[in-house]
Design a protein around this ligand. Structure first.
Ligand SMILES: Nc1ncnc2c1ncn2[C@@H]1O[C@H](COP(=O)(O)OP(=O)(O)OP(=O)(O)O)[C@@H](O)[C@H]1O
Ligand SMILES: [Mg+2]
Length: 384
């Protein structure tokens, strides 16, 4: 297996315009599963294709195991790529689909047999070796496409949205299968998706991209809990983080965040930093950190807000989403509630914000404002 080091990678397609990839640097450790996550057109596939050697690099370097491969042709890079469309050969059975690439490389028949049987066994494809692709389910076909990459025994696996053609149930099972295979085989993988659930569940780390650039790299929960800016805050999480415009008032020592009729002590953020904000910021709070009723009374992190009106109640089975309008606040606030909510559209409600889990963003730069650990200072109980 191998490491992949990308340094200051950029891509300008013929015809000019904007850089599709801008000065992107990323290191993937041996055996790591790295996810590239971002909206359509942000440059994910371009990065992958440059790593694979399918697209010329405009500037920067790609190194595999410490060796720069910019000038190495795709076929000699020892990389396997699995795409969204599995492009199996329709006239060949599964065995021959798996063996085809190996034969072309002149690998001995006995070795081909060993590798194909091995991969088929790992992927649960042994019963289907004699079947043609048209007689397989979507998930089975995707496993053949994966098997075709595995039999090559490459140093690095690249995946470009390999599950997006599958229906919801199959996506989940194939996703789990892929995670298991990756962890078991210890392969180094770079996986492109715009699906945040895939990113959260599959990646050891996630690299979030926007407009050709890296926005944040980190472990899934780290990035989810500590988004670097409003883009990440809104992109990760469904429904996304609530962002409430607030005004900031105060002096060098203490500040208040105000929205609608509410005023909160801004003790979680450094006063000196708040003074530089021009009196405005965005208060970010995830739907699961807003409560319809107090779950822990007496907890001073919880701030009650009265006079919210219920706009909509969306029961999803396992949970209920409640959309609220707060007095004097233009943005609606979404609350992730229990299986059943007592609230009904048109009613008024009191909600609680967990300030222990809130974020504050600079409205001008969209960057997060680092919290100070007031929990300890104020003797607040630590949560697990
Ligand atoms: N061959 C090409 N020629 C010119 N522009 C291209 C080419 N391929 C991609 N682009 C442009 O480069 C940008 C990045 O495209 P890319 O395919 O890398 O995005 P992506 O993140 O993979 O998007 P998606 O999620 O839709 O697959 C887009 O603006 C796209 O239009
Ligand atoms: Mg793409």
């Amino acid at each position: 297996m191998a490491t992949v080091a990308i340094t200051a990678l950029s891509k300008l397609y013929d015809g000019g315009g904007e850089l599709a990839v801008k000065d992107l640097s990323l290191t993937v450790a041996d055996g790591e599963f790295m996810v590239l996550l971002g909206p359509s057109g942000c440059g994910k596939s371009s990065v992958l294709r440059m790593i694979a050697g399918l697209e010329p690099i405009t500037s920067g370097t790609v190194a595999i195991d410490g060796k720069v491969v910019n000038e190495v042709p795709a076929k000699d890079r020892d990389i396997a790529m699995v795409f969204q469309s599995y492009a199996l050969y329709p006239h060949m059975d599964v065995f021959n689909n798996l063996a085809f690439g190996l034969r072309r490389r002149g690998i001995a028949a006995s070795e081909i047999e060993r590798r194909v049987q091995g991969a088929a066994a790992k992927l649960g494809l042994l019963p289907f070796l004699k079947r043609k692709p048209h007689a397989l389910s979507g998930g089975q076909r995707q496993r053949v496409a994966l098997g075709r990459a595995i039999v090559r025994e490459p140093k690095v696996f690249l995946f470009d949205e390999p599950l997006s053609n599958l229906d919801a149930a199959l996506r989940v099972s194939t996703r789990n299968e892929l995670i298991r295979q990756q962890r078991e085989l210890g392969i180094t993988a770079i996986y492109v998706t715009h699906d945040q659930i895939e990113a959260m569940t599959m990646g050891h780390r996630i690299c979030i991209m926007s407009k050709g650039e890296v926005v944040q790299i980190g472990k899934p929960l780290e990035v989810y809990r500590n988004p670097a800016n409003t883009f990440v805050a809104r992109f990760l999480g469904n429904p996304p983080m609530n962002l409430i415009p607030v005004t900031i008032q105060g002096d060098a020592r203490s500040h208040q965040l105000r929205f609608g009729g509410t005023s909160l002590a801004a003790r979680c953020w450094p006063a000196e930093r708040l003074s530089r904000l021009d009196g405005k910021a965005l208060l970010g709070i995830r739907p699961e950190d807003v409560y319809e009723a107090s779950p822990r009374s007496g907890d001073e992190r919880l701030v009650a807000i009265t006079g919210a009106s219920v706009v909509a109640v969306e029961p999803l089975g396992a949970e209920t989403l409640v959309v609220l309008s707060l007095p004097g606040v233009s943005e609606e606030v979404i609350v992730r509630s229990g299986r059943e909510s007592k609230l009904r559209p048109g009613e008024h409600a009191t909600i609680q914000l967990d300030l222990g889990a809130a974020h504050l963003f600079d409205q001008a730069t969209t960057e997060v404002i680092a919290r100070i650990d007031v929990k300890r200072e104020a003797g607040w109980p630590r949560t697990a």
